[in-house]
Each structure stands twice: as C-alpha cells, then as structure tokens.
Design a protein around this ligand. Structure first.
Ligand code: F6R
Length: 611
C-alpha cells in the first residue's frame, strides 16, 4: 500500500519526509520519492526499489526547502520503475503530486489530454491528475485541485505542492486515509498515523470529500464544495507498533477488516454496468469464442480461491474447468487442449510451485493469465495477461484479504467471458454485476453491524479453543469456502481441522463424529441446501456440536445447528466473498484465545519461493 508524507515548517523538509516514509515502510512498497519546493523551483528525487536507494540520491544532492511531499509506491498502474515512482510533475515542472489509490477514469482522461498534445512521462494514473491541476491553475492551488478532482472518479488521496505557492500544500481525501499532524509552527501530513508519531501526537483525521490547505501556521479544512469544516483534534496515545496495526491487535485482524475496501478496489474502474474492463488482459474476442478449457493452478489459500473459481466458472460459462494444485500439476504430464486458458493464482506471484505449473501449461500452448497481488512479480513476467488483485500489502502470513480479492478477480473474468460468449444474457449479466457492486457494503455491514459477527465468533472461539479436531463441510462453492475456513483455523490455531464435501462424511469421516465433536457447515447454495441439511442431521444424530454459516434470512438452519454465523443475502454465486469472513474471524479468535502468535505462525513463510 502506498504511503504519503508531507511537511511544511521551518526545518529542512527532505529528512523529515524520509523519516516519515520509513515509518510507513511496514505497509510495503516498491519505489519511493520526494519533491521539495524552494525559490520558485520544485526538485524531485525518486527511485524504484527500497528507501536506501532514495536515501542515496538524497545524500548525493539533497533538495533544499522547507515544504515538500514524499511517497512510497505499491504499484497499481505500471511496473515499479524510476519513471513510475511518485512524485509526478507537469510539463512546466511547477507542480508536483503524490497520490494513493486508483483514478478510475484515468484512461479516458489520459486519452483526452493526449489528443490535445500532452505527453506523459509515466504509465501511472497519478500523472493525469498533475496535468489536470496544472491546466486548471489560475493562481490558487486549492481551486485548481478542486476543479481537477471534479473530473476524476475513484478512491484516492492526493497531496500537491506548487512552486508558485511555496508556503502551502493542498490535500484531498476521497476514501483513502489522510491524517494531519500539528507541531509548533510546523504541520505534517501523512497517509497513516505512524509517520507522524516522531513529531507530534496532536492529529486530525481527514474525512472523505475534504480538502485541506496546509501551511506551517495550520490548516484550512473544507468540503470539496468549499463548505468550512470544524473537527476536534485527537491526542494519539498509541505507540508506533499499535499505530502500524491501525489500533488492531494483529495485522491479520486489520486485514480482515480491510476487506470492504479491498473488494471495492478490485472492482474500481472495471465494471461499467455489466461491461468488464480488465486493463492488463489482452486476449481478443476470437480467443474468447474459441476457448474450450480452463485450468486453474495455485497453492494454499490461492488454490482454495481457485476451487471456488472452478465451480463458478464452469457453472456460469459451461466450459470444462480443472483446478489442480500447482505442486501436483508440475510433475504431471498434463494434456493441454489447444484453446485453453490457465489462471495461475498467487498473492505473491513468487510461489515456486505455482510458477513451475503455470510455465508448464504455458509451454504446452495454454494462454496464461496471472491473478496476483504484486505488480511486476515473477509470475507476471511470463504471463500473457494479468489481473491484479489490488489487496495492498498483506503482512499477516495467514492470507485473508488477498483471498477475497482473488475471488473478485475471477468473478470479473467470468462475467467478461460469459457475456462475450453469449452464455450470460443482458439481464443475467446485469444481475451479477449489480450483486458484485453491492459486495463492498455487504462485507462492511457484516463486519460492523451491532451484536455482529466479530463478537459472535469471539464467543464461539472460547468454546472451540480446547478442541482437538474440527470438521468443516459444505457442497459446491460452500465446500470451496470450507477448505479455506479449515486452513485458516489450522494454520494459526494449530488445531487439527479438516474440510470435506458434505456428502463425503458418510463414506468414512462420520466414524469420528461423537458427542460434542465440532462441525462447521457452510450452507448458502439453494440447489444443494436440503442435501447439506441431511448431512447435518447425520452429524447431529451422533452428537456433533454444529456451527453454521448461513444467510440472514435463512430461518430453517437453526433447527439443525447450535449456533449460526449470519451473512447478508447475495446471489449464491457470490456468497464465498461473504461466507469466508466469519470463518476468518473464527480462526483468528480461536488462535487469540489460545494465546498464539497469529501474524507469524510457526513453520510458515509468507511466500514459498523454494520447492
Ligand atoms: C495461507 C497462505 C498460503 C498461501 C500459499 C500461496 O494463509 O497464505 O497457503 O496462500 O503459500 O501463496 P501465494 O498466493 O503467494 O502463491
């Protein structure tokens, strides 16, 4: 996730900005830069790579000046290069901007600017904004930004400086966080509180749709329409570690709670009605028509996202789809049909087995699509197409938000292929698109509603934390979610858990169900609902203690279960995005109740780059 730091005051700006960026390093980044305004000029130093490389450039020639902005970039548009690093400037080099988030309509804006003769120095969406600001400038930076952001849609935060007004920087928050810190005759701005804590604990949190004009003496805070805003400052008593976790006890919990934003970002700019734009997908309609087989390959959580993808893609598109563990596939001799598409799914884009399996299918003639969270990762280098998941850096080893983003990426691929192949008519495609658009607020309400899922899963965790074996069951998409729920639980709580299709129980595992055995069932799929209820009756009859994940309006489920974790109603096809959330929380709270490490479970690494 990108980081922003700004400073205006009596001290040299560069070292303070660099120190703030260091405090934001934990969020992950692939390039960094600083812009300082002084004497009618803006000087920029920026570099791909870690902050050391930027520090080296600053050591060689540090721009003098008392106002400046800095940025650590986590690439979304364009690979991590010096050119794509922020800050960006306009052709006159009198304006500089840093930006977090996504400008949804940057492509149209860039084409419009290109048509009027503009040239761009980078592949980023950000550069479009600085051109717009320079175009609109008529002696007042705040007014120019106000006019520019009217033309941009998306979820972002931006900060700009201009050589014409060397005493002020202007910041806008549109969904992405920005905080302002107040010192003695100096003011700081950052994307996160940790960056401010070396200097001040007197902080104001900007809200969506606000613009701040920031000088050493203080700020003017307004809504974008110019209405003045008054807000109390906060006195932050967190230490740096607490601040990095956003006040959550662990990164895993923070990342679970980030999922509404992640789902929204994964959709941003990609859905227009039901039309799907995937910016790094280059296949043409002939390829879409000729497609005969889909392969999905991945490991761990990414594989579980792929299992859901298999159910969903095959069901929607009626194209045979096979999901195979990458470590199995790479040592097989797969028969790869000529018109086939491989979805290689990997949060890191660096998992050795996934890379090997993806290469094998590619070499045998399959078109290769990377679904990954890391721009420029190894997987993207030999893929034909990429769908980035936009989850931002995931710090917890146990993956949560990257999983939901992988699901959304696959829904977008399915919606696009379904329409182009004519298997999804307009009405059905619109229904899927509308349900996708509703997901971010549904995940949000699931996580935040009163007497909600977090409290309920914490309560249930106290009952599960001393168990030895826990079983997860479901059918179809619910089974796919059960596999991920089970993995989450075992990897951080160290309890044995197992997931299986609900129909498989009676073929062996039922022998292990005795009085009090915990069974967790996901039951959201209407066409197999009753079948899963039959499986529940079987385990109940043997004394199992059953927890269900079911829709809010399902009044039948409670007759067969001890506890129900409720999720908002959606199309059955999309339920995994919601039904996984209670299972992530349950796993988290069980591990917490057992007093375990959580963010760094024993024996596990975030990225498995060796075989
Ligand atoms: C579990 C987890 C792992 C990863 C797996 C693949 O929470 O994170 O199972 O999903 O190691 O990693 P990526 O997605 O980076 O290929």
């Amino acid at each position: 996730m990108c980081g922003i730091m700004g400073y205006v005051g009596p001290r040299p700006a560069s070292p303070i900005i660099l120190q703030g960026l260091e405090r934001l390093e934990y969020r992950g980044y692939d390039s960094a830069g600083v812009a300082v305004a002084d004497g009618g000029v803006i000087e920029i130093r920026k570099s791909a790579g870690k902050l050391d490389r930027l520090r080296q450039k600053l050591d060689e020639s540090e721009p003098a000046g008392h106002i400046g902005i800095g940025h650590t970039r986590w690439a979304t548009h364009g690979p991590p290069t010096d050119e794509n690093a922020h800050p960006h400037t306009d052709p006159t080099e009198k304006f500089a901007i840093v930006h977090n988030g996504i400008i949804e309509n940057y492509f149209e804006l860039r084409e419009e600017l290109r048509a009027s003769g503009r040239e761009f120095a980078s592949d980023t969406d950000t550069e479009v904004l600085v051109h717009l600001i320079a175009d609109e400038y008529d002696g007042d930076l705040a007014e120019a930004i106000r006019a520019a952001v009217k033309r941009a849609t998306g979820a972002y935060a931006l900060v700009a400086v201009t050589a014409h007004e060397p005493d002020t920087m202007v910041a806008v928050r549109m969904i992405r966080p920005l905080v302002i810190g107040f010192g003695q005759g100096e003011t700081f701005l950052a994307s996160g509180i940790p960056a401010l804590l070396d200097h001040t604990r007197d902080v104001l949190v900007m809200e969506d749709g606000e613009l701040a004009t920031i000088s050493a003496a203080g700020i003017i805070l307004e809504k974008l329409d110019g209405t003045p805003v008054e807000r109390d400052h906060l006195d932050i008593d967190w230490d740096v570690e607490q601040a990095e976790k956003g006040g959550y006890a662990h990164f895993m919990l923070k990342e679970i709670f980030e999922q509404p934003r992640v789902v929204a970002d994964s959709l941003l700019g990609r859905l227009d009605g039901s039309a799907v734009t995937l910016e790094d997908v280059k296949w043409d309609s002939d390829f879409e028509q000729s497609l005969e087989k889909i392969w999905i390959t991945a490991c761990g959580t990414a594989f579980h996202a792929g299992l859901a993808g298999k159910e969903m893609l095959e069901g929607l598109l009626r194209i045979p789809t096979e999901a195979v563990y990458a470590h199995e596939l790479r040592y097989r001799d797969p028969i790869v049909e000529p018109n086939s598409l491989t979805l290689a799914i990997s949060q890191s884009g660096e998992t050795a087995d996934t890379l090997a399996a993806a290469r094998l299918l590619h070499e045998r003639g399959s078109r290769l699509v990377a679904i990954t969270n890391v721009v420029g990762s190894a997987l993207t280098h030999y893929s034909d197409d990429v769908v980035y998941t936009r989850a931002g850096l995931e710090i917890s080893v146990a993956s949560t938000k990257a999983y939901t983003a992988m699901l959304v990426a696959q829904y977008l691929v399915a919606l696009r292929l379904g329409q182009s192949r004519g298997v999804l008519d307009t009405a059905r495609a619109s229904e899927v698109a509308a349900a996708l658009e509703a997901l971010p607020s549904q995940v949000e309400s699931l996580l935040t509603r009163e007497a909600g899922i977090d409290e309920m899963s914490r309560y249930l965790a106290t009952q599960l934390s001393d168990e030895n074996d826990i079983y997860f069951i479901g059918r179809g998409l619910d089974y796919a979610v059960a596999t991920e729920g089970s993995l989450k639980l075992k990897e951080i709580s160290y309890l044995h858990s197992e997931a299986m299709p609900a129909g498989e129980l009676k073929h062996g595992t039922l022998a292990l169900i005795t009085q009090g055995t915990p069974v967790i069932v996901v039951n959201t799929q209407a066409h197999v609902y009753d079948k899963t209820i039959s499986a529940l009756q079987e385990v109940k009859a043997r004394g199992a203690s059953v927890i269900a994940v079911a829709y809010d309006d399902d009044s039948e489920i409670e007759h067969y279960t001890d506890h129900v974790l409720r999720i908002p109603r959606t199309m059955d096809l999309l339920s995994p995005v919601l039904s996984i959330v209670p299972l992530q929380l349950l796993a988290y709270h069980v591990a917490d109740a057992r007093g375990l490490e959580i963010d760094q479970p024993r024996n596990l690494a975030k990225s498995v780059t060796v075989e």
